[in-house]
Design a protein around this ligand. Structure first.
Ligand code: FAD
Length: 819
């Protein structure tokens, strides 16, 4: 074995070998893969080999699409067949919400270029003659289906071997029976990877260890939130009916998914493979994979599968006459949200994860493609935030991950409502006033482990969501909360915000080099600043306040805590001129906003709050009521007169009570996250993570006024200059959708010109309660971006007319917030 390599990949499953292949493809042939047993010995060898293109995520959808395309060309490239059966994939729908889900998915598919068809029951029957359409009594009636003609299934071991061949052809090395047992940092900062066959020093290490992810993470001192769950499929004997159909000239049937009964079914040697996603499947190996578990399986648990077997037999009656040959029950890696962990590990330089894959055969190609891009180029080529390992934080305790992963597993096939909030492992992280909010009727959701009030049920209204793709039970109440902030005064608890203190003589220059805007130079000034990727895309959004000399307070999205903390930490100068402190947990945040907010605060704060003494985008350290050291910032994300109060967390109860006492005469009330969504859309405020992503530059996002190209160097500047010279390819727009009955845009819908060509993509949408308009935000080709232009949007399968509005259609002159 070599003693030195540029990169070591640990793990020889489909994912690790694909990573190696793609690194070699990008020219990094000095790459070595280490596998403790033999290639495919982990979950790869027993996978069912399905390659579903269907995925609700914009990012994962692109990774899967790449894989399917790659697997089709691999045999010609490597000479190794991969047994790719392009059977297509048929997902049945037996209720209206499921059809809505498929229609919503079609928007994503359109924006990433995945071919599909929404088909009728008659077409289902033509495609799948052995299937019963259902009578609506014993068997649910099929009302339609989603058909992907281009995917199917593959032999996972053959795929791994083809990738292995491709990697080796380009000079990469693979060592089997080589277990990584420990790692160290060398004096020069490289990784010393210690194995049972000797040591190897590498600049980069990639972990692709499947079920071993947690114990591999421990070697590096990180807690990887991936724990496997049992997954079973049943292998059936030959089916006489299937045989007759096939011998009679019938083509291989599409992989069938009856989502509403939570199973998949595909052909296997004239018989079937049936794979349910059942309730009660336990997480395994939470403390690590035991020594005795090599290329093993668990005992099958037929009882758990019975309801799904019966449902499948009702749908495909001939299944009842087939004998069961085998049950395959193996560990399948999961993460709490079901998406993999692809990208840099946190807190460690040159450590990369490609872990947590529950659809790892499908995702192997795409994940290797983008991870190699990230390692070699320093950045991925597409927006990878949905799979970035740093989307999780320190809250992923073992029990949290176990509970969430079991929940995610049994929910693989549930309808993925956009407002769905799953109940397990909750509440975990709460703001101090959580109980008070609950008593006020809060209906909570969870983000980054935090409980956040989504809306408040008034007295007499059940505090519960009815999840839907359409306007639902909370629509009216969210509207009232939004109007409360437009007309009177409201409070939003934004304690989960990510908060950093940056101090030291080098603070200003350092921050200036990280963001595109000019960092404030005057004490008490606030600037909205964006950290860019080297390609000029938006990676983070920071609200930066100069609190004192050499002291900045930096606020970013709550869900970006680890993502931003890690980035800031990794970029700190070596000369100790800057100190960074994450104060997310020690400061709470309330937004107090609305026309009467000044009146409320005047009762609690000394000193004037008028526009001269306390203008928009300014802040100061204040006493508020009994609370000291409150950062009182005149900013908010709702476009109203208002302040954010960032306070020492111990004052949360006091401040909350004080605000409600002071605000009683103005009918002060709480508002939740959904009201904030409505309000920010009316102001065209871009949201990090949906509207602002690495796929778009600040010029595309219409944030030109937050870019200072003449201020000196910052990351991404060269790319912005190149884009300006070449022409900005998209414009960010706000649009009104006409004739909406009950379904507003939600994001990821395609935008069309009036001839039916796709010319853009929505990134968010909601109802603007003050404007009384159905609103969307998105990116569009510049020629369609003029105010007043007519476009179309497809919402749940229906084309709707839409008109481009002025940016910030509610109060475009910002009179409210500067009042
Ligand atoms: C029953 C079942 C059916 C499935 N069906 C499908 C399907 O139809 N489609 C699909 O897309 N996915 C399917 N999956 C999921 C799929 O099997 C996995 O997502 C995929 O195999 C993960 O690949 P991987 O390379 O990440 O992990 P693995 O295949 O588990 O590989 C990890 C490798 O790392 C090695 N390793 C670990 N620690 C070390 C160390 N310290 N040193 C050296 N080597 C180490 C292990 O030996 C192992 O070979 C199924 C899973 C199960 C259980």
């Amino acid at each position: 074995m070599k003693t030195h390599a540029r990169v070591v990949v640990i793990g020889g499953g489909a994912v690790g070998v694909s990573t190696l292949y793609h690194l070699a493809l990008k020219g990094w042939s000095d790459a070595v893969l280490l596998e403790r047993a033999e290639l495919t010995a982990g979950s790869t060898w027993h996978a069912a080999g399905l390659l579903p293109l269907f995925n609700m995520s914009y990012t994962v959808g692109q990774l899967h699409k790449y894989s399917v395309d790659l697997y089709k060309r691999l045999p010609a490239e490597t000479g190794q067949d991969v047994s790719f059966h392009v059977t297509g994939n048929l997902r049945l729908a037996t209720n209206a919400a499921r059809m809505d889900e498929y229609q919503k998915y079609c928007g994503t598919a359109n924006t990433i270029g995945v071919p599909y068809r929404v088909i009728t029951p008659k077409q289902v029957r033509e495609l799948w003659p052995l299937l019963d359409l259902g009578d609506g009594i014993t068997t649910p009636k099929i009302i339609g289906a989603l058909h992907h003609p281009d995917d199917g299934h593959i032999a996972p071991a053959d795929l791994t071997m083809a990738l292995r061949k491709g990697a080796r052809m380009r000079g990469a090395d693979i060592h089997e029976q080589t277990e990584v047992t420990a790692v160290k940092r060398t004096a020069s900062g490289e990784w010393q990877v210690i194995t049972n066959k000797g040591d190897i020093v590498a600049e980069h290490v990639v972990c692709a260890t499947g079920n071993y992810a947690r114990q591999t993470g421990r070697m590096f001192g990180i807690n990887v939130p991936s724990i496997p769950v049992e997954h079973q499929y049943i292998v059936y004997d030959e089916s006489p009916e299937l045989k007759e159909y096939r011998l009679g000239g019938g083509r291989e049937l599409a992989v069938l998914r009856e989502s509403d009964q939570s199973y998949y079914l595909r052909e296997e040697r004239m018989g079937w493979i049936l794979g349910p996603y059942e309730s009660g499947a336990p997480a395994r190996f939470a403390d690590g994979v035991p020594e005795w578990f090599g290329k093993n399986l668990f005992e099958g648990d037929l009882e758990r599968l019975l309801p799904h077997i019966e449902a499948a037999q009702r749908r495909v009656p001939s299944l009842a006459t087939c004998g069961i040959k085998d049950i395959v029950n193996g560990p399948i890696a999961y993460t709490p949200d079901g998406s993999p962990l692809i990208g840099p590990a946190w807190g460690q330089r040159n450590l990369w994860l490609n872990e947590g894959h529950s659809f790892g055969i499908t995702a192997a190609g795409g994940s290797g493609w983008q991870l190699a891009e990230w390692i070699v180029e320093g950045e991925p080529g597409i927006d990878m935030m949905a799979v970035d390992p740093r989307r999780y934080g320190p809250y992923t305790s073992k029990r949290y991950v176990v509970q969430k992963n079991e929940e995610t597993y049994r929910n693989v096939f549930v309808t993925h409502f956009p407002d769905e909030e799953r109940p397990d492992a909750r509440p975990a992280k709460t703001s101090p006033i959580y109980d008070k909010l609950a008593r006020m009727g809060a209906v909570f959701g969870q983000r980054y482990g935090w409980e956040r009030a989504n809306w408040f049920a008034p007295p007499g209204v059940e505090a519960k969501d009815q999840w839907s793709f359409r306007r639902s039970n909370y629509f009216e109440h969210v509207g009232n909360e939004a109007l409360q902030l437009r007309l009177r005064v409201g409070v939003i608890d934004l304690t989960p915000f990510t908060k950093h203190e940056v101090t030291g003589p080098g603070a200003e220059a350092w921050l200036d080099g990280l963001v595109a805007n000019k960092v404030p130079t005057r004490i008490g000034r606030i600037a909205l600043c964006h950290a860019l990727t080297r390609r000029g895309g938006i990676r983070s959004e920071f609200t930066i306040t100069k609190v004192a000399e050499q002291h900045y307070y930096v606020v970013s999205a709550g869900a970006a805590e680890r993502y931003d903390a890690d980035y800031l930490q990794q970029h700190l100068p070596q000369d100790h001129s800057v100190h960074l402190r994450n104060v997310t947990m020690s400061r709470g945040c309330f937004v107090v906003a609305g026309p009467r907010s000044r009146d409320v605060l005047a009762k609690l704060v000394d000193g004037p709050l008028d526009n001269t003494a306390f203008p928009w985008l300014s802040g100061r350290i204040a006493e508020v009521g009994l609370a000291t050291d409150v950062y009182l910032l005149r900013v908010n994300f709702v476009g109203a007169l208002g302040w954010e109060l960032h306070f020492p967390i111990e004052y949360a109860h006091h401040l909350f009570d004080a605000l409600f006492q002071a605000g009683a005469e103005f009918n002060i009330a709480m508002a939740g996250m959904r009201a904030m969504e409505s309000l920010r859309l009316e102001k065209s405020y871009r949201m990090w993570g949906s509207d602002l992503t690495p796929d778009y530059t600040p010029f595309e996002a219409g944030l030109d006024r937050f870019v200072r190209l003449n201020k000196g160097e910052f990351i991404g500047k060269a790319a912005l200059e190149r884009q300006l010279a070449a022409g900005v390819p998209h414009r960010f727009v706000t649009f009104e959708v006409h004739d909406v009955v009950d379904a507003d845009p939600l994001g990821n819908e395609p935008l069309f010109d009036l001839k039916g060509n796709i010319v853009g993509r929505a990134t968010a949408g909601y109802y603007g309660h003050a404007l009384r308009k159905s609103l969307g935000l998105g990116y569009i080709k510049p020629e369609f971006a003029a105010v007043g232009s007519g476009i179309e949007i497809e919402i749940l399968g229906e084309r709707k007319r839409a008109t481009i509005l002025v940016d910030s259609p509610y109060d475009p002159e910002n009179k409210d917030l500067r009042a």
